[in-house]
Design a protein around this ligand. Structure first.
Ligand code: EPU
Length: 429
């Protein structure tokens, strides 16, 4: 298996273009199941997760063609007909968001059999709200032997859906199913993440009638059929935030481009509070730090527009060398501190109790061998490695490859000493 080696100490200077958002791209790809015409997605990131989903969609009858189009990386997805409504465990297990094919399959062809995704290292991550939404839309749901069987032979029906708490995936799933339902659906307590707005824009370009995404109430007026469309994937706010933290950690001056203002305000506020220089630009931001040690600040994760849970590990890495003690509260997932013991291998001083971590800043981290446990945890180790004395080697980087496009190249272009060590093909224990 491949590893990433980082030699700490280099400051970062340069510019990093932000890719299209993984967490939007994979929901937009699922939308291709809703129409017999081609859906062209531009600003597409090339990631392990988009490849996994492409593989599953191909089995369901979608042709998936990746190419370099007139406006950069594009994927054209075309499902003239659904040839199978079956999503097997093997594929759903590899990428849990594959579960979101269930709604579009039932909406278009009246039935589907999709594996339950199972747990994940950051938490149990049940799908009860997804199923609640589909049942509200009139699907008959049965669970057998790890699979969800959903049927709506006469089509889905518009409904009022009230989520007991905010779920990004369940809100997206309800939208993907309701666009072809008969009548109007209103989703209350919807997630407000920017990826929902992106999904709304893409669905509307396909002829759907969705409004309110980005607010807690989303209204969908069902239409009998959708058509093809072309849509540019929103910039990846988590990638943007990750490189913002990397720049604040390593020092120097980094310009993040190809993004949008307003996507990571909660993080930028915290970076300013910690003492980093932050300048917002028309297509991203500039992050500066000139040698001064940062101050410890507290964070608490929350749904958008709060501090994103997907940036918590990176921020914890930043706080390991800040001046003072920082309290980090994780409120979205119950087990999202797996990076803490790995950061401690680099010399960080962290104690975790329940949903709270206390990070006491140390003057210097030391390079060591560490192991990635999930996508965002793995990049937090790379960030820590940027300032650790000597060499840090991160193993199990298949997690990293799920969500960060050309990471070594992007950081390397700014002067970071980061290289991939290609493995011998042996699986890692
Ligand atoms: N939840 C339930 N039941 C459900 C759905 C969710 O109990 O039916 C719980 C979850 O277990 C969690 C909370 O609700 O405790 C919020 O989960 P949510 O559904 O909002 O998360 P998700 O849709 O599974 C997406 C991103 C995550 C990101 C979260 C929160 C994708 C593919 N994943 O997950 O991204 O952390 O929203 O913003 O969009 C990542 O990219 O590394 C990642 C984990």
């Amino acid at each position: 298996m491949d590893r990433i080696a980082i030699t700490g100490g280099a400051r970062l200077n340069g510019s990093i273009p932000i890719s299209g958002a993984k967490n939007s791209a994979i929901k937009l790809m699922a939308a291709s199941l809703l129409t017999d015409e081609p859906l062209r997605l531009t600003n597409m990131p090339r990631l392990a997760d988009t490849r996994f989903l492409g593989k599953l969609l191909t089995r369901l009858g979608v042709s998936v063609t990746e190419s370099d189009g007139p406006d950069g990386q594009q994927t054209i997805l075309h499902a003239p007909e659904i040839t199978s409504g079956f999503a097997p465990y093997d594929l759903v297990r590899q990428m849990r968001a594959s579960f979101n094919v269930l709604g579009p399959l039932v909406a278009r062809s009246g039935q589907a059999k999709v594996s339950l995704p199972g747990g994940c290292t950051i938490g149990a991550r049940p799908v009860d709200l997804h199923l609640q939404a589909l049942e509200a839309l009139g699907a008959k749901i049965d669970l057998h032997e790890g699979y969800v069987y959903a049927q709506a032979p006469r089509g889905l029906k518009g409904a009022e859906i009230t989520f007991p708490f905010v779920s990004v995936g369940a809100t997206e799933h309800a939208m993907l199913a309701a666009v072809l339902a008969d009548g109007t659906t209103v989703i209350h307590n919807a997630a407000c993440e920017p990826e929902l707005v992106d999904l709304q824009e893409c669905l509307n370009a396909m002829g759907a009638k969705v409004q309110g995404a980005g607010t807690p109430t989303v209204t969908i007026t069902g239409v009998p059929r959708l058509k093809g469309a072309s849509h540019a994937v929103i910039p990846d706010r988590i990638e943007m935030g990750t490189y913002a933290v990397a720049a604040a950690m390593a020092g120097g001056e980094v310009r993040l481009t190809n993004a949008r203002p307003g996507l990571i305000d909660a993080l930028l506020e915290k970076l300013k509070e910690a003492g980093a220089g932050v300048e917002e630009t028309a297509d991203g931001c500039i992050i500066r730090r000139n040698g001064e040690r940062l101050n410890a600040v507290d964070i608490e994760t929350a749904p958008f527009p709060g501090f994103a849970t997907d940036l918590q590990a990176q921020f914890m890495a930043l706080m390991t060398t800040a001046n003072g003690e920082s309290r980090i509260r994780e409120t979205i997932f119950e087990n999202r501190f797996m990076h803490a013991p790995e950061l401690m291998r680099l010399g960080a001083d962290i104690s975790v109790s329940g949903g709270e971590a206390r990070v006491r800043g140390v003057a210097q981290l030391e390079g060591a061998e560490v192991m990635a446990t999930d996508l965002r945890a793995s990049v937090s180790l790379v960030i820590a490695g940027l300032v650790a004395r000597g060499e840090t080697t991160v193993s199990r980087i298949y997690h990293l490859d799920r969500g960060f496009e050309r990471l070594e190249e992007k950081l390397g272009a700014c002067g970071a000493q980061v290289r991939r060590i290609v493995g011998d093909g042996e699986p890692e224990l």
